[in-house]
Design a protein around this ligand. Structure first.
Ligand SMILES: Cc1cc2nc3c(=O)[nH]c(=O)nc-3n(C[C@H](O)[C@H](O)[C@H](O)COP(=O)(O)O)c2cc1C
Length: 184
């Protein structure tokens, strides 16, 4: 089986988000036959374990169904206070429950982090990898993707500013698809 449908989960809700710009660039450069879809996570109510027994918010089921439908997941995240933004962690938690029914299970993943400083989202990248290891999501090890000073690579309208960064992202995408094809 070959990978066809990739979900893109973005850890920023911001209108002019650089993470969204990276996602759009990858979509625009996806090879023929690969469809990439950004998943809405900003509408997910904060997860509460009581929901597993007493009924859950209406938006949870379609979100889980959507994640289930993908062959793999690309996470693109900024760093908030040296970790992943709460909105992304919430989406991960919602998809992971009820216990034993995680929709993330076994899906090959790619982690891309960025920041507007030299830090490049290293903390967020590795906190995210910790959750993905627990969720049994095989995650591309190399190349690692830390994009420092992302505002020099993309503008807030989503246009690429630095050709090198675009070429690097295309290489990463090819490596990820190759990796994912070996797994599914
Ligand atoms: C609440 C908050 C916390 C942040 N913490 C960090 C941080 O720990 N490290 C860092 O490099 N940038 C940090 N930033 C700056 C982000 O890198 C910057 O806002 C970036 O543009 C967010 O990504 P986006 O463009 O995809 O929304 C923080 C921003 C916010 C709003």
């Amino acid at each position: 089986m070959a990978v066809k449908n990739i979900g893109v989960v973005i850890g920023s809700l911001r209108k002019g988000s650089y993470s969204k710009a990276i996602g759009q660039y990858l979509k625009d450069h996806a090879p023929e036959g690969i469809s990439m879809e950004t998943v809405e996570i900003g509408n997910l109510s904060l997860y509460n374990q009581d929901y597993d027994e007493s009924g859950e918010p209406a938006e949870y089921a379609p979100f889980r169904q959507k994640i289930k439908s993908f062959d793999g997941i690309i996470f693109i995240t900024p760093e908030y206070n040296r970790s992943v933004p709460g909105v992304l962690k919430n989406a991960i938690d919602v998809g992971s429950r009820p216990y034993g029914s995680s929709v993330w299970d076994g899906k090959p993943a790619l982690v891309i982090s960025s920041s507007i400083s030299n830090q490049s989202g290293f903390g967020a990248n590795h906190h995210l990898r910790q959750s993905l290891a627990y969720l049994n999501m095989p995650t591309l090890a190399q190349p690692e993707v830390y994009i420092a000073n992302v505002q020099e690579c993309f503008n807030e309208e989503g246009s690429l500013l630095k050709e090198d960064s675009g070429q690097f992202l295309q290489k990463v995408l090819a490596a990820y698809l190759d990796f994912a094809n070996k797994i599914i």
